[in-house]
Design a protein around this ligand. Structure first.
Ligand code: GLU
Length: 284
């Protein structure tokens, strides 16, 4: 099987050393297997993504010596794909509109007797208490007719009842039993962004025929939800390889705010691409 890997940054800032590691990791996985390496811009959030970052990211990758196969896919140009997937999930009756604001959710959690810091939570934060799951069709229609903004949530229990138990393969940890329930009823689309990270990434990995998803360990748990979506939407199931997250000298993860660690800054202070590649443990 040909390995197809990808680097999928969000154009919300300049690339730093952590991104460089992730990009080199994905490119190397493909190269070693004479496979294909793809770059995708995860630019679904219009409030945070900028075209100039998109251009600079590609420039930084090229400077680093990376090249990719085929055109760069930009998620913002493929909203109709995500819409079609949402329609399919809606036809399966596993989506419901959620009209709650953040403060509605906080109030509901408190009303259930939890202090905000010790309410049941999952990898993305406090679990949604499910208030809108119980609305009747008439109530939903009324709220929509009033023009109330809403997100679309996955009814996690209903979804799991359809798929049954699932597994996914991680290169380091082996076969993993999927536990999407740890996320509760995840949001799959928002009014201002008619898709979500989970939906867009899962669908794109299928459309781009990715066979090996490489990404940081911070996204390990996300693979539980992606496996569930793959099963519901009848998509390909890539293998996964979650890599270590690089830390700076103080033991902190690199972040977009760390100016000194951006490739742009390192390049302007005279560091060569080969020095970076070696520093990150790859062979130039
Ligand atoms: N776009 C995500 C990020 O920049 C990565 C998504 C993924 O690799 O699945 O963190």
């Amino acid at each position: 099987m040909t390995i197809v890997s990808r680097f999928a940054p969000s154009p919300t800032g300049r690339l730093h050393l952590g991104h460089a590691y992730s990009a080199l990791f994905a490119a190397q996985a493909a190269k070693q297997a004479q496979g294909r390496f793809i770059v995708r811009m995860e630019d679904i959030d219009p409030g945070r993504c900028r075209t100039e970052y998109d251009e600079q990211i590609l420039e930084d990758l090229t400077w680093l010596g990376l090249s990719w196969d085929g055109p760069v896919r930009r998620q913002s140009q493929h909203m109709s794909d995500y819409k079609a997937a949402l329609q399919k999930l809606s036809d399966m009756d596993v989506l419901y509109p959620c009209f709650c604001t953040r403060s509605d959710i906080r109030r509901e959690i408190e009303a259930c007797g939890y202090a905000p810091h010790n309410s049941p939570s999952g990898p993305d934060g406090p679990l949604y208490p499910g208030s809108c799951r119980a609305l009747s069709k008439a109530q939903r229609d009324d709220r929509k007719a009033e023009g109330a903004p809403f997100a679309l949530r996955l009814d996690m229990q209903k979804a799991i009842n359809i798929t049954g138990s699932l597994q996914w393969k991680d290169k380091d940890t082996g076969t993993i039993n999927a536990q999407p329930e740890i996320f509760g009823d995840v949001v799959l689309a928002r009014k201002e962004t008619p898709t979500s990270y989970h939906l867009a990434v899962t669908l794109d990995d299928h459309i781009q025929e990715i066979t090996l998803v490489t990404r940081g360990q911070d996204l390990f748990h996300a693979s539980h939800v992606h496996t569930l979506l793959q099963s519901l939407l009848e998509l390909n199931k890539p293998h996964y390889h979650h890599h270590v997250l690089l830390q700076d000298e103080t033991g902190q993860r690199y972040a977009k705010r760390d100016n000194a660690a951006t490739l742009a800054e390192m390049r302007s202070s005279g560091t060569s691409p080969d020095e970076i590649i070696k520093y990150l443990g790859f062979i130039p």
